[in-house]
Write a protein that binds this ligand. Structure first.
Ligand SMILES: C[S@@+](CC[C@H](N)C(=O)[O-])C[C@H]1O[C@@H](n2cnc3c(N)ncnc32)[C@H](O)[C@@H]1O
Length: 233
């Protein structure tokens, strides 16, 4: 069934840089997604050679590749055609044949026959405004049976609105001058201005309302990194 016409165009929300071939090509050189450590976390929650994992916002597929080596099946979902094309080449270069690439988003992914043991998403949910994050979380929850695990990692703010200027200035000042090999100040500013990272005190009730228990949260105030382990209730 296609989405209602009042659904947003996820490609239009995907972030300018994620549709830019040059950014895609330099992404792995500037971003270490800690995929091995992430796989260890998932293994701690039971991921094994029989598992199916669905990743939303797979990007260049650092996690997808590690997961493909450890699981039966990986579904890598992304709205960005250049990201998926890059990942397709990577998978074929490494002879990984158990990954299904899906050009769709949190809101448009439909594969009703497929239930997953794990859902994974890193640095992608912030592309949706809050109303749509809640819908996306609900959709992710429905892909899991009770007890299934969702690993969610994103840029999430944890301060009072009155402190926003100081907090955001400090964060942006960590950006460099170049886009090669590092994140630039311009990219940090673009994240704040044009994307939809939200507050912890808004996101966590949405997570729970979607039908997840928050089993673990690791929060780093300097980088606004929030890493959640969520269990479907
Ligand atoms: C910053 S990259 C993160 C890539 C990878 N997960 C990582 O951690 O390195 C964000 C990815 O999310 C994708 N994305 C943006 N909006 C999305 C949506 N609504 N649904 C699925 N993927 C989306 C982008 O195309 C991009 O590949």
């Amino acid at each position: 069934m296609s989405s209602p016409s009042w659904y947003p165009n996820e490609l239009a929300l995907a972030g300018r840089e994620n549709l830019d071939m040059e950014h895609v090509a330099r992404y792995d050189g500037k971003m270490d997604s800690s995929a091995r450590d992430e796989l260890s976390v998932l293994k701690g929650y039971g991921l094994n050679a029989q598992s199916t994992i669905i990743e939303f916002g797979a990007g260049t597929g650092q996690l997808t590749v590690e997961a493909a080596r450890a699981c039966a099946r990986v579904v890598a979902v992304d709205v960005s055609p250049p990201m998926l094309a890059y990942l397709e080449t990577k998978l074929s270069d490494q002879d990984l044949t158990n990954v299904t690439l899906v050009n769709a988003g949190f809101l448009s992914y439909t594969q009703p026959e497929s239930q997953a043991d794990f859902v994974y998403s890193r640095y992608a949910l912030h592309h949706l405004p809050d109303f749509w994050k809640a819908i996306a979380l609900d959709r992710m929850r429905k892909l899991l049976s009770p007890g299934g695990i969702c690993r969610l990692w994103d840029v999430v703010y944890d301060f009072n609105p009155a402190d926003a200027t100081g907090q955001i200035e400090t964060w942006c000042s960590q950006g460099g001058a170049n886009v090669d090999g590092e994140w630039s100040r311009d990219e940090f500013e673009e994240h704040i201005r044009d994307e939809h990272s939200t507050f912890r005190w808004l996101l966590e009730p949405m997570i729970e309302r979607a039908g997840f228990d928050i089993v673990e949260v690791q929060y780093t105030a300097e980088t606004f990194d929030a890493k959640y382990v969520l269990r479907a209730t």
